[in-house]
Design a protein around this ligand. Structure first.
Ligand code: PEP
Ligand code: MN
Length: 348
C-alpha cells in the first residue's frame, strides 16, 4: 500500500502517517519529491481498516493498494527514475555508464592492463571477478580475497570504481569492504538469503537476471535487496536460456523498455554473457544503448585467447577502443551521452 501526501503537506502530517503505520506493526519507506512525499507501507497484514484510517489523516491525498507483488521496486511507489552515485559517477542519469574489465581477476599485471585499456577508451567503472561461479568445479574459480586486493589497488591507480561478484552470504561483508558495487550473478539471482545479506551490506547492488527468471521474479528479487535496506539497485540483463545454441544465451533487450515501465530502477545490459561471442558484442552493445539501457557491462581482456574464463566473449583493448565512440554516437542520437569522469586520477 502507498500513501500519497498532498503537495505542500506538513512534516507533522507525514510523521502522523508513519506513526499510524508503526502502530499497526508495519514499516514506512518514504520517497520525497519536490513538495511531494509517498509513503510505502511494508509488511503484513495490510488491512482495509488501515487503508481507511490513513485515508482520512490530514495531509493525505490518497491511499493506494499496489497490486504488484513488488512494491519498493515498482514505478507506482517511486514514479521518478532512481539515480545514485558510485564514486565519481551517477548510475541512472542521462549519461550511460560503461563498465568494463575482465571476467576474472587473474593477476595484478593483467588486471591493471585491462583497467588502463578500459579507462583510456572512456569506461567509467571496472569489473572483475574474484569469486567466480563456474559451471565445472575444475575450472578457474577466482583468486578470492587476493583478487579483491588487486582490484582495490587498481581502483587507486585508475580512479575508477569497482564492481565484483559476491556468491555467498558469508562473503558479503568481506566483498563489501572492497567493492563499490556488489554484483549478484545470474546463478544466484533467486538466492534469497544472499539477496538479503547483500541488501543489508550498505553498498549498491547490481542484480543480474537469472537464466530462467521472468521480469516479475527479477523485480521480486530486487525487492528482497530493497526490503533489506538498500534502495540503490542496478538491474542487469545478461541473456536467458532458450532453445538457441548458436549464442551462449539469448539477450532479451526488450527488458529495457519493459523494466522502465514497471520499475524506477536503472537497467544495464551485459552483451558479453548475453551472446558469448566477441564478434556479436559490439552490435548488441550499440542496440542496448539505442534501447535505452542506463549502463553496459562489457568483458575485455588484454589477450582474450589466454583468458582463464570467458575469453571467447571478451573484446581485446583495440576492439573496445573502437566500440566506445560508436556507443557515444548512438547515445547522442537518443539524447544521451556516455558518462565521463571529470578529472581522472593519473595512472602513476
Ligand atoms: C560474470 O559477470 O562474469 C558472470 C559470471 O555473469 P553471469 O552471472 O551473468 O553469468
Ligand atoms: Mn564472465
Amino acid at each position: 500500500m502507498i500513501v500519497v501526501m498532498r503537495s505542500g503537506f506538513a512534516q507533522a502530517e507525514l510523521d502522523h502517517v508513519t506513526a499510524t503505520v508503526a502502530q499497526a506493526g508495519l514499516r514506512s519507506q518514504i520517497t520525497l519529491g519536490e513538495n511531494q512525499a509517498i509513503v510505502g507501507v511494508i509488511g503484513v497484514p495490510i488491512t482495509d481498516q488501515l487503508q481507511e484510517t490513513l485515508g482520512v489523516l490530514p495531509g493525505v491525498e490518497q491511499v493506494l493498494r499496489v497490486s504488484k507483488r513488488y512494491k519498493l521496486a515498482s514505478r507506482d511507489f517511486h514514479p521518478e527514475d532512481t539515480r545514485f552515485p558510485v564514486g565519481p559517477i551517477i548510475i541512472g542519469g542521462d549519461a550511460v555508464v560503461v563498465i568494463a574489465g575482465p571476467c576474472s581477476v587473474e593477476s595484478e599485471e593483467g588486471f591493471l592492463h585491462a583497467a588502463e585499456a578500459a579507462r583510456a577508451a572512456g569506461a567509467t567503472m571496472l569489473r572483475g571477478g574474484a569469486y567466480k561461479p563456474r559451471t565445472s568445479p575444475y575450472e578457474f574459480r577466482g583468486l578470492g580475497e587476493r583478487g579483491l586486493e588487486i582490484m582495490a589497488r587498481v581502483r587507486e591507480r585508475t580512479g575508477l570504481p569497482i564492481i565484483t561478484e559476491v556468491m555467498a552470504p558469508a562473503d558479503v561483508a568481506l566483498v563489501a569492504s572492497y567493492a563499490d558495487v556488489l554484483q549478484i550473478g545470474a546463478r544466484n539471482a533467486q538466492n534469497y538469503l544472499l539477496l538479503e545479506a547483500a541488501g543489508a551490506a550498505g553498498k549498491p547492488v547490481m542484480l543480474k537476471r537469472g537464466m530462467s527468471v521472468t521480469a516479475e521474479e527479477w523485480l521480486l528479487a530486487a525487492e528482497y535487496i530493497m526490503a533489506s535496506g538498500q534502495p540503490h539497485v542496478l538491474l542487469c540483463e545478461r541473456g536467458i536460456r532458450t532453445f538457441e545454441t548458436a549464442t551462449r544465451n539469448t539477450l532479451d533487450l526488450s527488458m529495457v523498455p519493459l523494466i522502465k515501465k514497471l520499475s524506477h530502477l536503472p537497467i544495464a545490459i551485459d552483451p558479453s554473457h548475453g551472446t558469448g561471442r566477441s564478434d556479436l558484442v559490439p552490435a548488441m552493445a550499440l542496440a542496448a544503448v539505442a534501447a535505452g539501457a542506463d549502463a553496459l557491462m562489457i568483458e575485455i581482456h588484454p589477450n582474450p585467447d589466454k583468458a582463464l574464463s570467458d575469453g571467447a566473449q571478451s573484446l581485446n583493448p583495440a576492439q573496445f577502443a573502437d566500440l566506445m565512440p560508436r556507443l557515444g554516437t548512438v547515445a547522442s542520437a537518443i539524447g544521451r551521452r556516455l558518462a565521463t569522469i571529470a578529472e581522472p586520477v593519473a595512472a602513476d
